[in-house]
Design a protein around this ligand. Structure first.
Ligand SMILES: *Cc1c(COP(=O)(O)O)cnc(C)c1O
Length: 360
């Protein structure tokens, strides 16, 4: 499907050359499956968010275009983080927010800096927008050495914190160093997993005009199907994103998504509780797999990155697949001996642990 590079007479040359992102498998039926491959929440979203969907008049409302500025949603996000609505941008999933950020800030002659092992959409956006990249190797323990990023003539920096797919967290003091190294360029911190134990860089926005922090409702808010992500930064950066957005699609967030997301973000108590459950299951799973001899990278996310003992990652991946448990295997340099396992319910993780025992 994505292998085609020679093209079709109707495709533009640019499209013929693309190598699109390949998402984790989304099987048609998940009935008998333990699905631990794309970092979704094992629990349903906030009841307050769900209640929006059955509210009277919600269907009738679709007659009208949505609010192009998502005013209420942005105000709710701003209030949650002590920002103003002018410091918030929303998009159709954080992938769309990131795409606009690449377009708005990183299209420059100098290369964009990011880790060699990271979210695999970054190189895809680079290719899409013709941006050069300089990929800096993680240390052998998969940690980031920010001193490596002290490179003159960089077009910007992007990294997930915690990193994906390693789950490793970078302290805010290191993020400040990156911001200070590149005062004339934007540093994007992609905090898709920050609610599972890290400190958000949002607290630095006031002091750093070059910081953009990106969040998603797909993981910690259990709303992957809603497609809602947002960026926070000083108003001049948000204005840059709006220029790109309003040149592409002025209504990216439908009116139902605006209402569901607003209710979800306002329900902070649900978020804290949901993340605490996932963290407790993560710690229990890490302890059990560690005891079996897995090498586990310390995780601050809703997944773990682990190397199985005595059997290759690919073999274990296939053996689990045969037992209806799907996790993520990356056939890539440096990480082909590791598996990324999303945190499910306690029962799902017990089934995973049991299946690993059988295979090993
Ligand atoms: C899941 C993920 C995203 C994408 O989130 P969506 O809001 O679902 O598009 C972005 N960045 C990282 C690092 C992720 O893991």
């Amino acid at each position: 499907m994505t292998e085609q590079t020679t093209g079709n007479p109707f495709w533009s040359p640019a499209v013929a050359k693309l190598q699109p992102y390949v998402p984790g498998e989304q099987p048609k039926s998940t009935a008998r499956l333990i699905k631990l491959n794309t970092n979704e929440s094992p629990y349903p979203p906030s009841p307050k968010a769900q209640a929006v969907l059955t509210a009277e008049g919600i269907g009738e409302h679709l007659r009208l275009y949505p609010d192009p500025e998502s005013t209420e949603l942005r105000a709710t996000i701003a209030a949650q983080f002590g920002l103003t609505p002018e410091q918030v941008f929303v998009g159709n999933g954080s992938d769309e927010v990131l795409a606009h950020a690449f377009y708005s800030f990183f299209q420059r002659p100098e290369p964009l800096l990011f880790p060699d092992i990271t979210y695999s959409f970054y190189p895809v956006y680079c290719q899409f927008y013709g941006i050069d990249s300089h990929q800096l190797p993680l240390r052998d323990d998969f940690s980031i050495d920010v001193a490596d990023y002290n490179i003159e003539n960089a077009g910007g920096v992007i990294l997930p914190n915690p990193n994906a797919p390693t789950g490793r967290y970078l302290p805010l003091a290191d993020i400040e160093k990156l911001l200070q190294m590149h005062p004339q360029r934007v540093v994007v911190i992609d905090e898709a997993y920050i609610d599972f134990g890290g400190d958000s860089a949002v607290s630095l926005i006031e002091r750093y005009p070059n910081l953009l922090v990106v969040h998603t409702l797909s993981k910690s808010h259990a709303l992957a199907g809603l497609r809602l992500g947002y960026a926070m930064g000083q108003a001049h950066l948000i204005e840059g994103l709006n220029r790109a957005k309003n040149s592409f699609n002025s209504y990216p967030i439908d009116s139902i998504a605006q209402k569901v997301a607003t209710a979800a973000i306002a329900d902070r108590a649900w978020l804290v509780d949901n993340c605490a459950k996932v963290i407790a299951t993560r710690e229990h799973t890490c302890a059990a797999l560690s005891a079996m001899g897995f090498d586990i990278i310390p995780s601050t996310a809703n997944f773990i990155f682990a190397k199985p003992p005595g059997v290759s990652a690919e073999v274990l991946f296939e053996a689990l697949r045969a037992r209806n448990i799907i996790i993520r295997y990356f056939n890539k340099p440096r990480i082909s001996e590791y598996l990324r396992i999303s945190i499910g319910t306690d029962e799902e993780m017990d089934a995973l642990i049991e299946a690993c025992r059988e295979v090993l």
